[in-house]
Structures are given as C-alpha cells and as structure tokens.
Design a protein around this ligand. Structure first.
Ligand SMILES: O=C(O)CCC(=O)C(=O)O
Length: 273
C-alpha cells in the first residue's frame, strides 16, 4: 500500500466535526449541506475508480431522445461495494456513516444500498420525489448522503430540497415521474426551495421522506455523484406497499421477514457507538 492510499483510508475513517446547529437544522429542515467533508485528493482517487465502474457496468446506452424521463435523469449503478474492493472502502467510510448516525440521532447505521448517479451532458431533470416511497422500512430514520465527485454549479443539476417537506404526508404514493414533477411542483409551493451549487468536498444528507429534485445538466461534463443510503441500525422491515418496495425487499434486504431488522450480509452496520 502506498503512503498516499493510507492517508486516504485514514481520512475515510476520521470523524467529522459537525458544525454547531447541524443536527437541529437536519431535524427541522430534513436535509443539511456540509462543507469540506472529503478532500479533493480523496474525491479524485475514488471518483476515478467509481467512474471506471460506472462505464464498465452501465447498460443504458440508448440515445437521450428515446429515453423516459427517469432514464434521462441519470445513469444509475447500484451496490458498487459488491463489485470492487476499493469502492467498498469508500462506501464503508466510517466518517460518512457517523455523520448519518449523528444527524438521525441514532446509535448506529446500516447500509441500505449505495448508488452512483451520473447525469450525462444533456441529461434531463430529476423529478421531485421522496425516496422512502421505494423502501419497505417502518421508521422514517433513513438518510442519503449525496457526494458530488466534482464541484457542481447550478448548470450541472445539483440536488435541491423542498425544506421541511419530510413531515407532510403528501405525494407519498408517487414514483419518480413526470407526474411527480407536475404534482409536486404545485403542491410543494408551500415549502422554500433550497437550490445552491456544491463546492468540491461539500456533501448533503437528506431524509428519506424529504422531497428533492435536480435540474438538467446543461454543462459539457457529466455530473458525477456517489450516494449511500443509511438506515437506523434498528430499522424494521415493513410489508411492501407497492411493486417497487416488493422489488427492493428482495434485492436490497435479502427478502428478510417483515417485522425483523434488516441484518443480512447485504445491510452491514457501518458505524455504531
Ligand atoms: O442525483 C440526482 O439527480 C438525484 C439523487 C436522488 O434523488 C437521491 O440521491 O435520493
């Protein structure tokens, strides 16, 4: 192992000092953006290998004009940690997992799954949606870290949030679609939109029931993003409520019994106090 790699591994394991008020902000607003979480060197190293994996594993090659709205939004490659040992180092970062536990104010977190989300040049919008629509999980204690692998100006489609929308029970039966975009664009008028660029090293954490979207990528470069979805280590599997939850149940939770903790090898505890 080279010295540099050791430094990167140390960084992935080193606790991050949350700024004062971050936990309270997350609790109230349903998301938080945090600066200087990962160094440019680390993002360059793992970004390069994640991009190689995305290129190798991607199967969505049809032209933009033939794609659905969902397909235009991004290339989506899931559970990279099971494909590559170095991707696993990144996904299993204790630094990122501890932040998730601290924000949710829980003792520890498990991985639900990871995913790379690459919005290609000319890629379309990511419609308004709330992630937990897709997950057969009983408690709202779920959170996604969204890690841009480059600085992300507005023209690339940074993630944007409907502040405080995690606590209203509207649109919770909507998949990501033109319909969710149209309906939520009007319904979410009551919430303030937070849409700002991400500096290199900045990441966001958003709650499973928080509505969020992203603009189109009008730049000439891919908007490269890696994400990890965490759940409370004591999360409980609920009866699937739609076809997506049924598919997620078998794919990401190993089909473990409803009412039990998702503790199969697919959902390791990544950080616990
Ligand atoms: O990257 C995007 O455009 C959308 C990401 C998203 O919806 C998520 O990570 O939950």
């Amino acid at each position: 192992m080279t010295l540099d790699k050791k430094v990167l591994l140390e960084e992935l394991a080193t606790p991050y000092q949350l700024p004062t008020g971050a936990v309270e902000f997350y609790r109230e607003y349903g998301y938080v953006k945090l600066k200087n979480v990962l160094s440019p060197e680390l993002l360059h190293y793992y970004g390069t290998l994640i991009t190689d994996l995305v290129i190798r594993l991607n199967t969505l090659t049809k032209p933009m004009e033939e794609r659905t709205t969902y397909e235009r939004a991004f290339l989506q490659i899931m559970n990279l940690w099971r494909e590559d040992e170095e991707a696993q180092e990144f996904v299993f970062s204790k630094r990122l997992a501890q932040i998730a536990a601290d924000l949710m104010e829980v003792k520890g977190v498990r991985l639900y799954h990871d995913q790379a989300l690459y919005k290609e040049p000319s890629g379309g919008i990511t419609p308004w949606h709330a992630d937990q629509f897709y997950w057969p999980l009983a408690s709202p204690n779920t959170v996604t870290v969204w890690v841009p692998l480059q600085a992300t100006p507005l023209e690339m489609g940074p993630l944007a949030f409907a502040e405080k929308s995690q606590s209203v029970e509207i649109g919770r039966d909507l998949e990501i679609s033109d319909e969710s975009e149209a309906l939520m664009a009007t319904q979410l008028g009551q919430f303030r939109l937070h849409e700002t660029p991400f500096a290199l090293g900045e990441v966001s954490y958003h709650a499973g029931w928080l509505f969020h979207r992203a603009g189109a990528n009008a730049s000439e470069q891919a908007r490269k993003v890696m994400t990890m979805i965490y759940m409370d280590q004591d999360q409980v599997i609920s009866e699937p409520r739609n076809e997506y939850q049924r598919a997620d149940w078998t794919t990401w939770l190993a089909g473990k019994a409803v009412g039990t903790t998702p503790d199969s090898a697919l959902n390791p505890v990544l950080f616990s106090y």
